[in-house]
Design a binder for this molecule. Structure first.
Ligand SMILES: C[S@@+](CC[C@H](N)C(=O)[O-])C[C@H]1O[C@@H](n2cnc3c(N)ncnc32)[C@H](O)[C@@H]1O
Length: 206
């Protein structure tokens, strides 16, 4: 089967399994206040299927890599990364209760439909956490759809990456000015659910 046919099958599957999910949540006042207090950005949007592939082509992930999506939302990008890369572990961290609950349902369905992706003890782990206070474990590659993140949140992310020695590459839709440990390697254009965007690629690898 050629790549186009395989991509159609994947995209058809994602459209089917995500058809009843809702990314745009109307948060209560209390939730919005909690988000503000904890530096959580409420805006939702997604990286589109071809751009997830473009990101993977840029990162060139290896089986020993651990990928972390900071703010994984419905888990769509993380799930595609898990299905289309050889990495041993893909993690998504999401603070929103409503988005996280939906992402778990989808993961359970995907595991029933395609259990072989979980072969060889590969892990797909979605966590209901604020990524600023969470343990990033042995993460080596980070992606963050940071378009609507505040400067303060971007600064915190950069500082946390500086302290996390296992992180070797980062893809961020906004520049991370406080990130000093990893040089900017390239800037690529990606397509998102709202529009096209630049994506800043920081890397210690050649
Ligand atoms: C623009 S969406 C990206 C969804 C997905 N990563 C993608 O690219 O398709 C950003 C997500 O980050 C989450 N988020 C923002 N700040 C967060 C924080 N401090 N901790 C955990 N999740 C956060 C939001 O709830 C939202 O779901």
């Amino acid at each position: 089967m050629d790549k186009e046919a395989i991509d159609s099958l994947y995209q058809g599957y994602f459209a089917k399994v995500y058809q009843h999910t809702q990314g745009y949540i109307s948060y209560s006042k209390a939730e919005l206040e909690r988000f503000k207090q904890n530096n959580i950005s409420q805006t939702y949007g997604e990286l589109l299927y071809p751009s997830v592939q473009k990101m993977l082509q840029t990162l060139k992930p290896q089986p020993e890599d651990v990928f972390l999506d900071l703010g994984s939302g419905l888990g769509k990008c993380a799930l595609q990364v898990f299905m289309q890369s050889p990495m041993k572990k893909v993690i998504g961290m999401e603070a929103s209760d409503a988005l996280f609950a939906q992402s778990i349902k989808i993961t359970e369905q995907a595991k029933m439909d395609f259990p072989f992706f979980w072969d060889d003890q590969r892990e797909f782990s979605l966590r209901h956490e604020n990524f600023l206070s969470a343990d990033w474990e042995d993460t080596s590659l980070i992606y963050t759809c940071s378009t609507c993140f505040t400067q303060s949140l971007l600064a915190e992310i950069g500082r946390k990456i500086n302290q996390h020695q296992s992180v070797q590459q980062v893809m961020s839709l906004r520049p991370l000015p406080t990130l000093t440990r990893l040089p900017l390697a390239s800037v690529i254009r990606v397509e998102c659910s709202w529009d096209s965007s630049l994506c800043f690629h920081y890397s210690l690898r050649n």
